[in-house]
Design a protein around this ligand. Sequence first.
Ligand code: ADP
Length: 636
Amino acid sequence: MCAFSVTSRMNGKIRLFQSIHFKIAIVFVLLLLATIEIIGAYFVKQLEQQNVDNFESMVTIQPYISTQLVTELSTDDTETANRSVKNIVADIDNSSISEVLVVDNKGVIRGTSNANDQASIGQRTPKSDIKSVIYANRKKTEITSTRDGSYYTSITPLTNQSTDANQVVGAIYVRASMDTVYRNINQVTVIFLTASLVAGLLGMIIAIFIARAITQPIDEMKKQAIQIADGDYSGQVRIYGHDELGQLAFAVNNLSIRVEEAQEVSDAERRRLDSVLSHMTDGVIATDRRGNVTIINEAAQGFLNTTGDDTIGESILTVLGIEKEYSFRDLLENKRDMVIEPDTQNDEDEQTVSPDHARHLILHVDFSLIQRETGFISGLVCVLHDVTEQEKNERERREFVSNVSHELRTPLTSVRSYIEALSDGAWQDEKLAPQFLTVTQEETDRMIRMINELLALSRLDQGTAKMELEYVNFNEFFNYILDRFDMMLKTDPKQKRYRIEREFTKHDLWVEIDTDKMMQVIDNIMNNAIKYSPDGGVITTRLIESHNNLVVSISDQGLGIPRKDISKVFDRFYRVDKARSRKQGGTGLGLAISKEVVEAHHGRIWVDSAEGRGSTFYISLPYEPYEDGGEWSEEN
Ligand code: ADP
């Protein structure tokens, strides 16, 4: 979410006013304009001063004229003096001067350049400035701007140098128009402004180019960085030079290569981890610090009968089905391992009768913390180990020991009670004593039989039972066994009645078996068929060949086996009806031994039965048809 917003912000177009490009250009232009303006202002000011100074010196009355005027004003002959003053004033040939006025120290106008105002000569001047200059004997200059234009006014006192006290004899008033001066300055200012405008524009264009030269590599680097962030390492930034930007571009290219290498290493690492996890036989689940599943490998999915999609993000407690017993804190703080039996069977499985299908798992779960160096716990890893087989074996072992003890205790107790009765005097009773002795003998026989069977089972379990294999014509072998059962009927009139039907393949089937052991198996199934059938029942025996297997089946019309017990009749000591079986001398080990023997022959044994409708036991043994001899052909 955060990474997305960063990338999207990076990808977003930058507005012109926000771009470095614009900022550099504007700073450059502003600097340029500020410089031009400061220089311009200083220059114009200087120019103005210069022009005003020049103008002043131009309109200043020459000293010799002043001397002449002083001489004229000092004479007493006013008439002559006035004429001379008129001539002197007329001689002041200066186009800039618009008016010259000569006033004596009494304030009387003695001469004027204004042709229209000659009548004012001899009259007192109305200009108080002139009087104050005469009075103060100090030159006064003034620049005044009116609507008609700017004027320069200078009033200079005329002093008689020859007298001791520098006596003021009058003053000369000069008024000159400054329009030309200011026009010139204005023209220069306009030229200057135009020049600065052009310079500003030129500067702007240059600034844009310079800014572009700086920002283009930055822009390319920005794009490259965005590409790297998106996982595309193919691009390379162009290096324009060996300046700082060039070095930065080089560094970005280097970074891109490094990031790509690091990414490849981490991808390879992740693939390796994935492959290790998926090929592990143990289940592995990892969680985040809140206990939600982040990784679950295939083995764990198989154990828990779930999928990655269903479990990722779920609480580990729910996934393991231990949410009622434990909290996540328990797992973090004190629970390091446990045994669970996940409920992986669905309804279909429960219906299945074969013990192979209903796989009830027992898992050993080991927890370990994922801890950072700082001690911060960032999650939990749990390893699931299938201990079904070990647990089952352990349970079976315990059950077996308890069964053996129980099975032996019953006959031993009864033997002991008979012996006690005998020793208490029953041995003298001619009728009871032989009866008691027969029972003790029968019970002892049964115990011996049971112990022999247990020994046989133990040998089969340990694989120490020697298999004496030989090629046997199974049809003949089966017939031989069944003939013995038919014979029993004839020789023993007390024997329960039955009839054996035989449905065999036409041709003989030759297989490699241990005849003694296989005979024991068939004897046991036949005995059961007789034992659990009513008197006079039909026992149908079949021998067929199917898919490279020889299949023997023995069906009876007896009690049958309840559905719930079918999967258990091959277990050791398992009997559907314990009392009844024991009464008939059963040990509950016959079928267990049969199963071991058949499996030692790489075959299979199973039963098909319905309560009250008889049972059919099947034995299948691997069989390879013998092609060579004519004796196997169908015609036989
Ligand atoms: P047992 O010595 O008790 O006969 P087995 O291992 O031979 O022991 O058989 C186990 C149990 O299977 C028997 O106790 C019986 O309840 C059941 N059983 C075996 N064969 C049959 C059959 N043909 N019909 C009905 N029940 C049978």
